[in-house]
Design a protein around this ligand. Sequence first.
Ligand code: 5GP
Length: 205
Amino acid sequence: MKNNILIFSGSAGSGKGTVLKRARELCPKLRLSISMTTRLPRPGEENGREYYFVTREEFLETLAQDGFLEHTEYCGNFYGTPKKQFFQMIEEGYVPVLEIETDGAEQVMRQLDRYLSVYLSPPSYTTLEARLRGRGTETEESIQNRLRTAKEEILRSELYENIILNFDGMAEEAALAIVELVEEGKTERSVLVRDRAAFLSDFQK
Ligand code: 5GP
């Protein structure tokens, strides 16, 4: 095991839920760090499984007690990684996975000297747009907003040591690349971005 912490981010439309789930099945040492959030649970979400759902007061109390490794405000809600659980996982020999957005990822990168960072992205702007339109339930304004946010996040992917592309129908390949990065420190798979400038230029238009 080369890496003992995985910072994992991806925009809307990257398919990060599917890929991360598969990577965890393939590599049981990966253990999801459960964040605290003030956003309301979505249908099907359970307290303590996807998140610890808390009030603003509870969140701010944990913050005041220096209980977060990192925290941020995203779309009007607070999110934070509880410190205690994170260090406990490392102590028990697991590899904590921080599935967080780019602002929190940057905070963690500043604090720790050893970590593996992976940004998962849709392979192109066209695919991103197709995925965000896929559900067909949102207004054009809301789609344009989500596209803009996703584009901004993807342009911050330069912070990450590794950028992996999630092509349609190739989530398995992306998951395998992540597992190889965790276990061997490298991957030869073609889903790993080698030409970053070419990748980014597609989202800079
Ligand atoms: P959602 O509300 O859709 O579950 O998550 C919104 C965003 O917050 C996602 O990009 C997710 O990765 C990020 N996120 C979830 N938990 C945390 C956390 O503890 N810290 C930070 N910085 N971001 C988080």
